[in-house]
Ligand binder design. Sequence first.
Ligand code: SF4
Length: 70
Amino acid sequence: MKKLWIEPGCITCGMCEFIAPKVFEVTDISHIKQNADVQENMTEIEQAVIECPVSVIKFQESCDLESSEE
Ligand code: SF4
């Protein structure tokens, strides 16, 4: 499982939506779309993380120690 979230501080520059329109939607702040497929859009998400001018897009491989199905 991968975890993606946006921390407070977005300046609504629109860059993440430009890079990964299937994942991010910028309105009053940037949101992650409800039906966003993180796995499918990994390349774009990683690019958005790099390009975000205030570095508020956070991404993590979640370490679920209780299940090791992968
Ligand atoms: S790139 Fe960063 S600052 Fe710009 S809209 Fe997306 S989350 Fe907000």
